[in-house]
Each structure stands twice: as C-alpha cells, then as structure tokens.
Design a protein around this ligand. Structure first.
Ligand SMILES: [Zn+2]
Length: 260
C-alpha cells in the first residue's frame, strides 16, 4: 500500500491522516499514432503524479493522489476512431464537484496535473477564484514544467505521440508500446499538413485543429528518435520539480497573503 495514492489506501489510514495537498491527474482517451496506447495521456499523468507524490511523502509532506480522470476534451479528434470526448464544460463540472468534496474534507490545496493538450483548465481556475476556499494550481506538464530541458534531451519537437511521449511510454509503460520484431516503432513519421492560411500556420491566428486533416495516423511529431533512457531522464526531472513544489505547498500556511 502506498499511502499517498488514495485508491490504494484504506479508511483505517485515511481517517487519521491530515492530508495537506491533493493531486488530480487529468488524462484522455484517444489514439496516439499507430504505436502508443489510447491511455497514454492518463498513464503519463498517473506516472508523474505518483512519482511526485511519493517523493513529497518521503520528504514528510502529507500529499494524496486522487484517481485519474481518464477522459478529456476530444472535439477536434471526433473523426479519430474511439476518441472519447468530454466537453470542456462537462470536465469543468467534474472538477468543480471534486473541489467541493475536497473543501468538505478540509483539504484546501489542489494541484491539477494535466497531460492532455485538449484540456484547458485556466478558465476554470479563473471562474472558481474567490468562490472556493481550495487553492487551485495547474500544471500542464508538457508546457512550462519541461520547456527549458526539452531541447537538451530530445531532437524533435513533440506535439502529440512524438519523441517525448514515445520516450515516456518506453520508460513507463514499455510493454504497451507497439514495436516491430527488429525493435523499431510500429509508427508512421508523424508528419502534419499545413492549413490553407499562412496566418494560422505561423501561429498568428489559432484554431482547434481537425486532427484527421492535420495528421495521417493521429501522430504529430516524429517518434522514431525516442528511447526509454530519454523518457526516464525527463520523468526524473518532472518528478523532482513537481515533488519539490508539493513539499513547499504542503508546508505553506494559507493566510490572507497566500501565495505571496
Ligand atoms: Zn498524449
């Protein structure tokens, strides 16, 4: 039993444990090129969250990882077979209800660890601000958490199911990464199409990209340079950074100037 993972622990432990911080891993159910499992985002969110919570727990912080939400927003992947969608407003309701539960149980710090680009929670943080006593923190790990180290570890920019995610897959759930007999990935090159608008292609104007038109087999980014070593290195950095933050957060008193 790992006492920092709620689904593994029991009431005998929980009823006497004054948890300070909860972590909610947010995943998705969608294809990831031809070689990664549909649960990729959820598995990543769980691996990062459980690693960070373990590190924090071992440093004395009372943190608890809630069960991951395995669905995310997939409206732009609706043509990709068995992408399972929850609309942004539905997801927001789910999180809002869980925040209310935490507040009722006296856990007033929540970190949302999001693993899926289609899940955007900043508007929810703004909406709940001032309406709950729970202090909300958001980590989209594929953005700020790794931005400064990505170039040192990986050759290719990764958008979806490319070198970064495939490396994490090989490191954390390698038995589910489809490979040929010679050890090469059973994946295409993850090339993407440009839209007809220069302004969109340059990022001056943004859209939600219809994934079946953007990609060939849902991959965006070349996965073939991926290795388990790269994935393990990235995981170690993320766990150290996020785990350290959880320790700081657990120790921090929520006063009128929080978080300043
Ligand atoms: Zn993904």
């Amino acid at each position: 039993m790992r006492p920092w993972i709620l689904s593994e622990t029991n009431y005998a432990h929980v009823k006497h444990c004054a948890y300070d911080v909860a972590v909610l891993p947010m995943g998705a159910t969608e294809p990831h090129n031809l070689h990664l499992p549909y649960g990729t985002d959820t598995f990543e969110a769980e691996a990062i969250s459980s690693g960070a919570c373990q590190l924090a727990w071992q440093r004395g912080a009372k943190v608890v990882m809630l069960p991951a939400i395995p669905y995310g927003t997939e409206t732009n992947q609706n043509q990709c077979r068995l992408s399972m969608n929850l609309n942004p407003s539905t997801l927001a309701r789910v999180i809002q209800d869980l925040v209310e539960s935490l507040e009722g149980h006296g856990i007033l710090k929540l970190v949302i660890l999001n693993s899926h680009g289609g899940n955007e929670f900043k508007p929810l943080l703004r909406e709940l601000h001032g309406k709950t006593r729970v202090q909300l923190f958001l980590c989209d790990w594929f953005r700020g958490l790794i931005a400064d180290v990505k170039k040192d570890i990986f050759q290719e920019a990764d958008d979806h199911a490319g070198e970064v995610e495939t490396s994490l897959g090989l490191a954390c759930f390698g038995h589910l990464v489809k490979q040929h007999d010679d050890g090469t990935l059973a994946a295409d090159d993850g090339t993407t199409r440009s839209t007809r608008f220069d302004a969109v292609n340059r990022g001056w104007v943004s859209i939600t990209r219809p994934w079946h038109l953007l990609t060939t087999n849902t991959g965006s980014g070349n996965p073939h340079g991926a290795t388990a070593e790269k994935g393990a290195k990235l995981m170690e950095i993320m766990v150290e950074r996020l785990g350290g933050f959880l320790v700081d957060l657990a120790q921090s008193k929520v006063d009128e100037r929080f978080p300043f």
